[in-house]
Design a protein. Structure first.
Length: 284
């Protein structure tokens, strides 16, 4: 099978995008296809795969698959890339439109024009805080903020947020010493998170900036995570480290995202989306 693809990234968080408006793909091969395209040696190399598909409920639909073939429900960097792709390929006819995800519909706005999309803003919706809806096991509190969390003998504090997908946020004094590759994979699969979890480490810089590193569920260390950046700003506000209603610059390994947890409860994300390769993937 010869599959046309576009490789895009948001701040280095890269996905292989397949436009299934033009090229329908059988459901049963999706997990294997995601693993195959993501493989850097025998495939293209990416953090996963995203399908851009027709839908009745929004202007365009998106499905995200992690590097290990598991399906996520939301992807902030992917949303900005899908918005750029849909606008540039005229799947939509205005700069503001809606995108369906498995976590619900969001709206996106293009900054730029057909020649150059500079940035995309996405209304990421209202974060979910209730413990059972993260989901996280334990007493069903309305929010889990700075809760003691013992892992491999380390006594940490966790704040959990769902942006349609689950995030466990930990504050550290020095981002360069965050236990990303040691505790990241352990926390990802911790039994307290029945659907596994994306793991973020945050260092507060001042009242407008944070440093951010992520171990993503199903993909491991990535250069950036849009939903994780949103979750981290929400977690910082809940811990009294940042103010609601202010735009926060999140410094990720791959660049900056601008996130606001607005007074009305909605989270806004603004940042770049870029195209790197177009081609054909050969699959047996
Ligand atoms: N990189 C993404 C999130 C992708 C999905 C995630 N790994 C999950 O399984 O929930 C982003 O930019 O938000």
């Amino acid at each position: 099978m010869k599959i046309p693809f576009t490789k895009m990234h948001g701040l280095g968080n890269s996905y292989i995008f397949i436009n299934v408006f033009d090229f329908p793909i059988e459901e049963k091969i999706l997990a294997d296809l995601a693993k195959a395209v993501a493989d850097k040696d025998t495939g293209i190399g990416s953090d996963g795969m995203i399908l851009i598909h027709p839908t009745e409920s929004a202007d365009v639909g998106m499905r995200i698959f992690n590097k290990d073939g598991s399906e996520g429900k939301n992807c902030g960097n992917g949303l900005r890339c899908v918005a750029k792709f849909a606008f540039e390929h005229q799947l939509v006819d205005s700069k503001q439109f809606t995108i369906e995800t498995k976590a619900g519909n969001v709206s996106a706005e293009i900054h730029g024009d057909q020649i150059q999309v500079n940035e995309v803003t996405v209304d990421m919706g209202v974060p979910i805080l209730k413990r059972s809806e993260i989901p996280m096991l334990g007493e069903d509190l309305d929010q889990v903020v700075a809760e003691p969390f013992e892992v491999q003998g380390d006594n940490l504090e966790v704040t959990t947020i769902s942006m349609g997908n689950p995030h466990a946020v930990f504050f550290v004094d020095d981002i360069n010493k965050a236990p990303l590759t040691t505790l990241g994979p352990v926390i990802e699969k911790d039994q307290r998170f029945p659907e596994s979890v994306n793991v973020e480490f945050i260092e507060q810089v001042n009242d407008q900036e944070i440093h951010f590193r992520v171990w993503e569920r199903g993909s491991g260390v990535t250069q950036a995570c849009g939903t994780g950046a949103c979750a981290s700003v929400v977690a910082s506000v809940l811990n009294g480290k940042l103010e609601k209603g202010k735009e926060i610059t999140v410094h990720l390994a791959g660049g900056d995202l601008y996130i606001t947890w607005a007074e009305d409860g909605r989270v806004w994300m603004r940042g770049k989306a870029e195209t790197t390769i177009e081609g054909t993937f050969f699959m047996d």
